[in-house]
Design a protein around this ligand. Structure first.
Ligand SMILES: Cc1cc2nc3c(=O)[nH]c(=O)nc-3n(C[C@H](O)[C@H](O)[C@H](O)COP(=O)(O)OP(=O)(O)OC[C@H]3O[C@@H](n4cnc5c(N)ncnc54)[C@H](O)[C@@H]3O)c2cc1C
Length: 386
């Protein structure tokens, strides 16, 4: 263990040991440049439950391949009028179960001599002049730099940026009839009643009789649990699933907003993960983006600059903002928007765009798939509000 001035004083404190906190802690302990720093991670939960599954598309090999429990080379997009099956190549769609990630990372981190895990609930985080203070019910900790993945509610208390939620309930099911194609994941199936929202099924099959089936909305308001569950039941019935056994469930609500979360960073406090605005606003995907942000953050930290100088935004934030402006205003048209996108572009171009790796030329092609009027209106509104 690194010698500390006092046991509650660290060089770095990471608040929250979920996806972003663990990815970041792992990045730090894996890089010898940070060996001399004392690092604490404060997490309130035991993290012994499979509280979520993370999926993402990735080209070739990835750093977490040894934890990937399922992968798909084929996918399908569906809507009432249009359906497209496609090969993911050069990508694969990969799934990591939260519990495998926690079980691998917590013991690994705890082996590092400069790392300390503190299992306490954080009650406040305060950025001071030269340091940052983290309070729990039991103690006060200080650090030169604090990285927090605890989501605050600022984004809900403003109306400059629309806030949608990607909200869903997912059932891991075993069906009597072999209704799933285990080679093909269902990226979005809009062939469900839209009810003036953007609603779709997301299906990750693991055998002809087993899948994670998720009823998902991109909309402002959450539903009663019963409504998601009825839709999944109905969907499985339509597919003639026969008897259905639910082996596990998951539930989520992920903020989709172009709100500038980074405005709450300071020289010694940075928000990371969903709390830092690392969730892709137009889709809710966060896991792979967090890894990419952390790779950049690790290099940035070596320069010793103030944390609020870390570059967070790019042109894609503006595209996401316009998309969300349109989706929030015309929430019942999400199915058409995504259908047009998949009808007029190769999935590879779409994934590259969502990965924020396209050129201006490709972006123009992609954006020309959308109803131009709606987007031009949203653009004017944004430009006028600057
Ligand atoms: C069910 C579900 C499925 C998802 N699936 C995907 C997916 O397939 N692909 C994808 O890219 N994204 C997905 N996401 C979105 C996103 O990747 C995850 O939410 C991801 O876990 C976000 O990482 P994070 O570190 O920001 O937050 P979290 O992983 O939620 O970590 C925050 C941590 O802070 C801890 N904490 C909170 N408050 C306190 C406190 N006061 N004191 C101490 N600790 C505290 C929590 O216990 C938690 O461990 C999913 C989200 C959910 C909820």
């Amino acid at each position: 263990m690194i010698a500390l001035n006092n046991e509650n004083n660290f060089d770095i404190i990471i608040c929250g040991g979920g996806a972003a906190g663990l990815l970041f802690a792992h990045g730090l302990i894996s890089d010898p440049a940070f060996d001399h720093l004392s690092i604490a991670l404060i997490e309130k939960e035991q993290k012994d439950q499979n509280d979520r599954t993370w999926c993402f598309w990735e080209e070739g090999k990835g750093p977490w391949d040894h934890l990937v429990s399922r992968r798909w080379d084929k996918a399908i997009f569906k809507s009432k009028a249009f359906s497209k099956s496609f090969l993911m190549t050069p990508y694969q769609y990969k799934m990591i179960e939260g519990i495998n990630f926690y079980n691998y990372l917590y013991p690994l981190l705890e082996k590092a001599t400069n790392f300390q895990l503190i299992r306490e609930e954080i009650t406040s985080i305060t950025s001071l002049k030269e340091s940052c203070e983290v309070m729990t019910a039991l103690a006060t900790y200080t650090a030169k730099k604090v990285f927090s993945s605890l989501v605050q509610n600022h984004y809900k208390r403003q109306d400059k940026y629309p806030v949608l939620q990607q909200h869903f309930i997912g059932w891991f099911v075993k069906t009597e009839a072999p209704i799933f194609d285990q080679e093909t994941m269902v990226f979005m199936d809009f062939d469900v009643a839209q009810k003036n929202n953007t609603r779709f099924m997301y299906v990750l099959p693991s055998s002809p009789n087993e899948a994670l089936v998720e009823y998902t909305l991109f909309s402002k308001d959450l539903l009663e649990d019963r409504e998601y569950e009825d839709e999944i039941t109905q969907y499985l019935k339509q597919k003639k699933a026969g008897k259905v056994k639910i082996t596990a469930t998951e539930k989520g609500s992920i903020p989709m907003t172009a709100y500038h979360f980074d405005q709450h960073n300071s020289a010694n406090l940075m928000h990371i993960g969903t709390a830092g605005g690392w969730t892709k606003a137009s889709t809710g995907f966060t896991f792979k983006k967090s890894q990419e942000k952390i790779n950049a953050l690790i290099e940035f930290l070596k320069k010793g600059q103030a944390l609020d100088k870390f570059q967070q935004r790019n042109k894609f934030n503006f595209y996401d903002l316009l998309f969300l402006d349109v989706l929030a205003k015309y929430n019942g048209e999400g199915s058409q928007l995504f259908s047009r996108m998949f009808q007029r572009n190769s999935p590879q171009r779409i994934f590259q765009f969502l990965d924020e790796k396209t050129s201006y030329g490709q972006e123009v092609l992609l954006m020309s798939s959308f109803p131009i009027g709606r987007f031009v209106k949203a653009l004017f509104k944004r430009v006028l509000s600057l």
